[in-house]
Design a protein around this ligand. Structure first.
Ligand SMILES: [Zn+2]
Length: 409
């Protein structure tokens, strides 16, 4: 079953507006990493199909990268959320500053009207003062009153007139102060708006970059998940047939072991069953061990599987030497082992020991033939369940497969 992450909705939305061209981390590194793993897997599991080994290697590579990709995607999403928040907050601050600017402009206009009104009154006072030869009408009134020429003659009326004129002058000066203050505030707000606009524009750019990055990281993550899921699906599809193939190989291995055991029993019945000095030598001396004897979990079936011998990285066409003195029990074609040679070394320190040489291009001996340690018995190859030139060398102790290395090193 394939699974896709329902990643951040924004990523899907952004896909509509953003360019979609994001290179993977380093494809060449990935390729060589997978190639190396394919070789490794094929060495570890002889006969493992190359395409399947590649699928496993790709699955493993994707799996290995997943935690980092998940973390990177999460970080990018968090950064995007932060950038969106910052953008919104900048926009809000800008709107609020613009509203304040509008209010101040209105206040200043209203104030200017007030000033104009007060100015008119003040001008009238000024004119009166001029007409009264340099003294204000209030003072003139006072003089008239003192001289008893005032029409209605009350001191209260003079007082009221003076107060009213003083109020006009006070209001004018107060309104001027208020407007001066508002002008200063307006200039401050206008400057702030200019700064906020720059910051808001930066926030938009940062948000867009964060969107691109989040989308890129989400795509990488989804690609990995898809690759892993596709690989898992292929592996799962091949599980049953691989199990069947391994079962057949195991049956063949058991059958061949049984044949050797029967042969050995026959020899023991005959009595004398010692062929050499009891010392065995490496049949592929100088070549590296590419896969040791032992149990390992099969990458497709998930079951433990015995690697029944030691693999040596021997090129095809290399002469293979008998590990010790003995008699050839079998030589020729088998299924999974390809061209195989089995040599019995008789009793060594109380145990019945035989050695086998597998995947050969050619066998150079025939059953029943006596061989000496070091004799060429076959030519190496990659026949049977094998995907590369090598020698699969086995030691059978009392009819069972054991680690060959302690016998030959
Ligand atoms: Zn092997």
């Amino acid at each position: 079953m394939k699974r896709r992450l329902g990643l951040v909705i924004t990523a899907a939305v952004l896909a509509l507006v953003l360019p979609v061209n994001f290179a993977a981390a380093d494809p060449r590194d990935d390729k060589s990493q997978v190639d190396d793993r394919v070789k490794e897997l094929q060495q570890e599991f002889e006969g493992l199909d190359e395409d399947l080994a590649r699928v496993i290697a790709e699955r493993d590579a994707a799996e290995e990268k997943l935690p980092d990709a998940e973390a990177a995607s999460k970080r990018a999403d968090d950064a995007l959320a932060e950038a969106i928040e910052k953008d919104a907050s900048m926009a809000a601050r800008l709107t609020s500053a613009e509203n304040a600017q509008k209010d101040l402009k209105t206040s200043i206009e209203d104030g200017a009207e007030e000033i104009d009104k007060h100015k008119t009154s003040a001008a009238r006072i000024g004119r009166q003062a001029y007409q009264n030869s340099g003294i204000t009408s209030d003072l003139a009134m006072l003089l008239q009153m003192a001289e008893g020429t005032s029409a209605d003659g009350g001191i209260g009326r003079v007082d009221s007139a003076v107060r009213s004129q003083q109020r006009t002058i006070d209001n004018l000066s107060e309104q001027r102060a208020v407007n001066k203050n508002n002008e200063e505030r307006l200039s401050g707000v206008t400057e702030e708006i200019s700064d906020l606009k720059d910051e808001a524009a930066e926030a938009v750019v940062a948000k867009e970059a964060a969107q691109v990055d989040a989308k890129k990281k989400a795509d990488s993550l989804n690609d990995l998940i898809s690759a892993k899921d596709d690989a898992e699906e292929t592996i799962s599809d091949n599980k049953a047939s691989t199990k069947e193939q391994l079962k057949k190989e195991k049956e063949e291995q058991d059958r061949l072991a049984e044949k050797v055991r029967e042969w050995e029993k026959e020899q023991e019945k005959k009595g004398k069953f010692v062929y050499g000095d009891g010392e065995l030598a490496n049949p592929a001396k100088g070549y590296p061990t590419t896969s040791p004897f032992g149990y390992r979990v099969h990458p497709i079936t998930g079951a433990k599987k015995l690697h029944s011998g030691t693999d040596f990285g021997v090129p095809c066409g290399t002469p293979i030497h008998a590990a010790g003195d003995g008699v050839v029990v079998g030589a020729g074609w088998t299924g999974g082992y390809g061209n195989r040679v089995v040599v019995s070394h008789g009793k060594i320190k109380g145990d019945t020991i035989a050695s086998t040489y597998n995947h050969n291009t050619k066998v150079k001996v025939h059953p029943g033939q006596k061989v000496k340690k070091g004799d060429v018995i076959s030519v190496s190859g990659t026949t049977g369940a094998s995907t590369g030139c090598h020698l699969h060398f086995e030691i059978m102790k009392n009819g069972g497969y054991v680690d060959p290395m302690p016998y030959i090193s």
